[in-house]
Design a binder for this molecule. Sequence first.
Ligand SMILES: [Zn+2]
Length: 459
Amino acid sequence: MKNRMFRMFTLLFAVAVLFLPLSGQAAQTRIQAKNVILLIGDGMGPSQFGAAWIYSNRVLMRDLRMSELMKKGRTAYLVNDTADAIVTESAAAAGQIATGQRMTARALSMAADGKTPVKTILEMVKEKKLATGLVTTSGITDATPAAFAAHVAHRSNEESVADQELKFGVDVLMGGRKQFFLPESAGGKRKDGRNLLEEAQKAGYTVAGTAEELKAAPTGKVLGLFNMSNMSFEIDRAATQEPSLAEMTRKTLQILSKNKRGFFAMIEGGRIDHAAHRNDAPATIRDTLAFDEAVGVAMDFVKKNPATLLIVTADHETGGMALIGHSKESKEYIGMNLKAIEKATASFEAMVGKWGKKPTPEMIKEDVKQSLGIDLTDDEARTVADDTIKKLDPYNYGYDYLHSLGFVLRPYLRVGWGSQTHTASPLFLFGSGPGSEKIGGLLHNTESFKIMKAALRLK
Ligand SMILES: [Zn+2]
């Protein structure tokens, strides 16, 4: 009996030893990602996230999909300083995520000499014949998508970016700033007289200009340009004209997943940043929620396609957003005014756009009442009309009327702003899927490139 047991153990041991290298290999194959979906909330710092989290849980009565992903997957803090600055802008930040190297301000995936292109992860996956996609609610020629597919010395050269994105052959391009694809004679901004929409069609792209056209587009290459300028803030968006970020994400994943080798998609909530630049709390929150919906679409895709590394992060925080405690009436701790945020029906940008060059305090009072449901005092309306905040600190508060409006609304909305521009606040980076085991602790944004590269086994 003892002898038989011994023989059985020996046999089992031998079998285990025999299969050990195989199972190791199987585990290695398992951790290779076929697809990478990178979602970037432009300007989405911890306060933007926190404001959307509170709003979602207490007004919409549901948790964020982002918190679901954080709970299921892995989360890290992310820092983002660059080669030449402590506070970054989107070009350097996106370049660092796209290339893994420290960048200088406003250059797009270029070495510090301003001339030498640095290879991006999108170029690497293209060499491996994976499908590629870039999607944003900002301009498709804006810094974040541009850093993945283009190399220019200064991000303002958007004519060249549009050209390079099409030459690259990115399979899916969706966003705003159609103006950089059209010649001046057709209402665009191209000085070279070229019509890139026609050129794209000849190169095999379906060109879509509305939400309906996008829905109807076949699953080949798509160039979706839904606004001459940036796409609308979520709070102002007409759903028949412009698709939501979630709709664009769904279509993108549907198209890219046709490639049997896999794909890389960068999907950006580009206007969280723009709303925060304008110190506009309701628009910031709505755009963060629209971004969250897109994260949800990606999470649902991952459920059916588990060989996908899903990463959600931000490039930088914008505005020094702070959820402050006290109201107009008392020093009791209360926090963000959810009812007022819920009532807001227009972005600050749309409001100021209606005011003209010299708005009167009366006009401002009336519009704030109508668009935000808030009764400003005469002093407050005058502070906005005089644009006091901009006069006091023009470089940190540069937009006309918006910061003065943001300032007088502080005790009503209980949201404050430290600046008109980006800050060095640490960010989140979280995700799931093969390769996500490296997410944790404190990461630098150059390391997000390394995580994606390792997950796809790129050399
Ligand atoms: Zn910005």
